[in-house]
Design a protein. Sequence first.
Length: 255
Amino acid sequence: MPSALRLLALETSTDTLSVALGSGAPDGPLWQHSGPGGAMASTTLLPLVKQLLDASGWSLASLDAVVFGRGPGSFTGLRTACAVAQGLAYGAQDASRPHGLPVLPVDTLLALAEEARWNHQHAGHAPPERIAALLDARMGELYVATYACSPAGLAPLAPPRLCAPDDLGAHLQPDSATLLAGNAFESHAQALAELPGSRLQALPTAAALLRLAPGLLAAGAAVAARDALPLYVRDKVAQTTDERERLRAAAAATP
């Protein structure tokens, strides 16, 4: 790949939609947009991508990869980001790239930790030893992952998991060197009140995905569009339309 990457990043795992276009380098070009997500993401994402491409002067075919936050997070949001990433990747098919653009799925909690690291650093603070990414999973639970933070970047200490707020201390075992980052401090204030470590309100962003992308691409983490999948963690809470129809049919057939 050329040294100056051209990357498109999509992040729709929370109620905030985020899109960014750039190289992923700290001093590289960056075009970005954030706004309401949720149910609106499926109708606004493609027009926003077009706006950023028009603003940059880049064409879809000139991109090196499409990056998306694969989860965990909002089931609808994850499906939207994955489907749009696949569609855009296939839209760049040509003789030299018969399978379209590479797609880079990135863990949402890693993007959250990267956004926290970036904001913490730019606020003038020394880097924390660890970042615990906490994303409100609704239904009284949290999505959680912890990352070691070093000059080389973020390294996962455990895969993303679902956790009850009251079990968080035992799972994370945080200390004063841990930065707790995420969007769970209001919704689970009582359960998190006694945990040690500083706190930073943060969300995963498309800009964070871009910063992570060059290293992940170099490590071979990109996949063909057909192989890109969301990471739900809570697999069976959301049912597909086909699953709901089968359940209705089965219920109707039961005497």
